[in-house]
Design a protein around this ligand. Structure first.
Ligand code: EPU
Length: 444
């Protein structure tokens, strides 16, 4: 049963929220447990949909996953890894892209893997060509079957030299998860180096992997025959933290984000300061608040250490309230401005462009994708009926509705549960004025 949110806007969000382990690390850390010869324990695990999906995917492959009832820590035991049927995998994968990252570990433990037709947020084509090319380089055989792709490696995975055409996060993780137990040395150039990747490397190193990261986006992995289990505390979710920071700006609020880590958010912190947001940085978190008028920005998304694409959508809502003209050039995904349609209906002034309005090298300018935005502000927002399109776009709609004059009706909010732990409880704790009901109208 899907849920519908009725939001009465205009209330500044104030108070504290806690962010726990990063959505973009935790599922991969769970997959890494498959590589061990003993159980692994992951701490700081958020209660989000993506964790449920990976739990089911591991369980159907014979991995025991036990959740500590008090702490929520997950202990995963790969001792009885087994083949799952493609029907089971299709049923449990849902919209997740995680099955592609199970390939290397599954090939090491049971010799093959099946990838169903993948989902994920609709923010572009989201192909898997880099992943398949990486797996082929390790010696895997890729066979398309009805409803998915079967990957096997009759002679095991062998270390290799790989150069990525773009520093893809997922493809870098694919290399790490495949190479650590491959025979021989793997050298990856053009790697992504996001903090979540560094945390995954830390986990693999705890398990006994030999991995070195050079300053020129090269990662070198010396394959080892066996890995042990790990105990690890997942790094906090910097994307959720940045989302709440934008919520504080948009609603003229004041939010202390417990767990926000300055070290992983330095580029966001600089941008937040330039837009005119107030901030107190502490060891255990960051207080983000609105202090007076917001200033416009020229912003380009990029791979780490650039401005994260996942920070863009919530911040665009804040830019609709800045005094003047802002320019945003999205260079990571070709289609991440679809969410602006609802903002325009709410009163925002946003023009979208196919041209690159910036200087970061970009793959989309010559290919006719709408990937730049010009935002003029400030414009008052008014309530609207909104259907949430994707995770970050959905959070952006939510904070626009919370800032708007009048009432908004928001459908599709379950998408937000994929990456934001207990977000309706957090909104209630921050003083937001809303009701949640299921589509059969009963208040829940
Ligand atoms: N790409 C290809 N071929 C591939 C793989 C990627 O062309 O085989 C392209 C993508 O289409 C995209 C670019 O490379 O244009 C970057 O994609 P990347 O592989 O880096 O993204 P991802 O691993 O699929 C993760 C996060 C995203 C986050 C990006 C970029 C997870 C589960 N997802 O996706 O998170 O935006 O890295 O940092 O880790 C989100 O949290 O809302 C989200 C979408």
């Amino acid at each position: 049963m899907s849920r519908i949110l009725t939001v009465r806007g205009g209330v500044p969000l104030t108070g504290r929220v806690q962010v726990r382990g990063a959505k973009n690390l935790v599922p991969k850390a769970m997959v890494a447990a498959l590589l061990g010869n003993a159980p692994s324990t992951l701490r700081n695990v958020p209660e989000i949909k993506d964790v449920e999906v990976v739990t089911s995917l591991l369980q159907i492959h014979g991995i025991t996953v036990v959740k500590d009832p008090v702490t929520g820590d997950l202990t995963m035991d790969p001792a009885n890894a087994k083949t799952a049927s493609s029907a089971e995998i299709n049923t449990h994968a849902g919209d997740s892209r995680i099955p592609i990252l199970l390939c290397g570990p599954l090939i090491h433990s049971i010799g093959h893997a099946f990838i169903p037709d993948l989902g994920g947020c609709k923010i572009g084509d989201r192909p898997i060509d880099y992943h398949l090319e990486v797996l082929r380089k390790f010696g895997a055989v890729v066979d398309k079957t009805g409803g998915g792709i079967l990957i096997s490696a009759p002679n095991g995975l062998k270390g290799t030299k790989i150069s990525l055409p773009y520093p893809s996060v997922g493809a870098t993780e694919q290399v790490l998860l495949s190479a650590t137990r491959a025979e021989g040395i793997t050298e990856l150039s053009g790697a992504a180096t996001e903090p979540e990747i560094v945390d995954l490397i830390a986990i693999l190193q705890k398990m006994g992997a030999i991995i070195s990261v050079q300053t020129d986006r090269t990662i070198r992995i010396e394959g080892v025959r066996e890995l042990s289990g790990y105990v690890h505390t997942a790094l906090p979710d910097r994307n959720e933290a940045a989302s709440w920071a934008s919520a504080a700006l948009v609603t003229s609020g004041d939010i202390y984000v417990e767990g926000a880590s300055q070290r992983d958010m330095m580029t966001f912190v600089n941008t937040f300061r330039k837009i005119g947001g107030g901030m107190d940085i502490h060891d255990d978190g960051i207080r983000f608040y609105r202090q007076g008028d917001l200033r416009p920005l020229v912003l380009e998304t990029d791979v780490h250490p650039g401005f994260m694409t996942d920070w863009q959508q919530p911040l665009v809502v804040a830019l609709t309230q800045a005094e003047g003209v802002s320019i945003v050039h999205e260079t990571v995904y070709e289609n991440r401005f679809g969410f602006t349609e609802a903002l325009i209906r709410m009163g925002a002034s946003i023009q979208l462009h196919r041209e690159c309005l910036g200087s970061v090298p970009c793959r989309f300018g010559q290919r006719n994708f709408i990937h730049s935005a010009v935002i003029s502000g400030p414009t008052p927002l008014t309530g609207a009926t909104i259907d949430i399109p994707d995770l970050r776009g959905g959070f952006s709609h939510l904070i626009a509705a919370l800032a708007a004059q009048g009432t908004s009706t928001v459908t599709g909010i379950d998408i937000i549960s994929r990456g934001y732990e207990k977000f309706t409880d957090k909104l209630a704790g921050l003083g937001a004025d809303f009701d949640v009901r299921d589509s059969a109208q009963a208040l829940v």
